[in-house]
Design a binder for this molecule. Sequence first.
Ligand SMILES: [Zn+2]
Length: 615
Amino acid sequence: MTDYEALGLKAGIEIHQQLNSGEKLFCACPTVLRKFEDRSGEFSRYLRATVSEMGEIDRAAKEEMMVLRKFCYYTYDTCCLVEYDEEPPAPLNREALEICLTIAKMVGMTPIEQVHTMRKLVIDGSNTSGFQRTALVAMNGTLPNGGSIDTLCLEEEAAQRVEGDTFSLDRLGIPLVEITTSPCMRTPEEVFSVAEYLGMVLRSTGRVKRGLGTIRQDVNISIREGARVEIKGVQELDLIAEVVRREVERQQNLVRIREELRGRGAQVDPLPVDVTAVFAGTSSSIVKKAKKILAVRLPGFAGLVGMEIQPGRRLGSEISDYAKKCGVGGIFHTDELPAYGVTGEEVEALRGAVGAAEGDCVVLVAATAERARCAADQVIYRAKMAFEGVPEETRRMLEGGSTSYMRPLPGAARMYPETDVLPVRIGDDEWEAIAVPELITARAERFVIKYKMDPAIARQVAYSEYLPLFQEALDRGIPPNLAHRTIFATVKEIGKETGRDTSCLLEPATLIPVLEAAREGRIAKEAIPEVFRLELEGVPVGEAIARSAPTISVADVEAIARKIVSERKEFVKSKGMASLGPLMGVVMEELRGTVDGKVIAGVLKKEIQAVLKEE
Ligand SMILES: [Zn+2]
């Protein structure tokens, strides 16, 4: 067991959640995602940072700009010139601001008097303008763990990456709330519970988007001996604690490597050596393609470059991430060679060419001359950082919870005012008028107390997007169990059975009449699936109910029950009342769900008792 508190773990989270407003943040376009094949066109653009407006380009920006990139954008008939960055933004969307204020009030934050929209530099191509607009809305909230929320901002969502440098503009401009906590969490489990709590608060508003990709968590993590690292884009809440555990492991191992390097008196050669000639006759297909092969000697690094620092990641992977910024595919190093078609003889020749001793590691980059030089410089740069231990970085989550390097932590030069959007004043009366919605957790407790629902079911319902539908059913006097079973199980079963989209069954206008008919006994509960099947075939709800109504009288049911019982007298006599269950199945099969199970049970019970009395 890792003692996280002893390691001085400090973690904070930043949650980004899409808001379910009707319009985008700075234009009247709808906040709907489109299919890529429905695009109306494409255009491309080269991205440059506007140095004059920014004063200086921060180091994260510089890094991304080492390779000038051309970006392509998909357009839709649901986008306008604002998304293209060809028209200035409209005033800040007041509905989105109101949702933000609601969230702020729920977590005890103080609103900003005047909301100023700022520009945050983004040069990965995810925004056509080269920056993301963001506005600070509220400050100083409280968390259940005793920690605090620093800020709540209203932002515009970035364009969705299609692949490579191609982006889709449907998502650009959807309002996003960004909630940033202080680094107040001390264990991976605490990070999970705070993230879960904030997700619950957001959902409690009923005004946020749902589904994969609509909520993303960034986690910043440091341990005492390490450094602040920000991990971007944790989409699955269940993985968040694992991400923290693995980052702590990575930082611990980088610190171990640092101590080992210092102990060994290790070094980094300041200049790469051209070893292209060494590989002149190589049969390695990857190396053969390269015009230039450069080697960096790392005296005293042997064994450490290949050391695993978190599952699936080595110090070599970190060095490789830096080199990839120059457009190379990766690096090779002698901790893992011979491999990739590079032979033992070639490794020996390489070691000879750079004068590597046994305790040294040699890193290779193979590419065009320009890229190889750039990559070799990055190898030297990152290898030197190993003596410091953990570099401050922004990292990307990989499948499973390990991470790869994205860029350095952004500097302070990233924000500057957006002069095209006027500031918005939040008046005292406006803040007073914001209603605080009931928390989902409180709602679940209320269901347990008021309707005697099972706590697990109450929780499922309270978290669900079908909560309003469920609540409406209960308000109309539908028993909670019937409403729950129908909404959360029956509809799903019908969807599986028919392979059709069943969302039309989950509208109040189509669902409530069916539940009411079942409650009033106009149809058997067992007939609900049949009503749904008819509705899916286009039969109006009223007619579907009428067609599913029982066609036989109670007397008919009694006759059938009597016949079935008398045919099985021996069975009934040997089992007594325990024969009720098996016989229910037989009768229901005969009646094919047209009669309510309770009615059948009542009739059947009488018939069984009659037989038992015969003795
Ligand atoms: Zn638009």
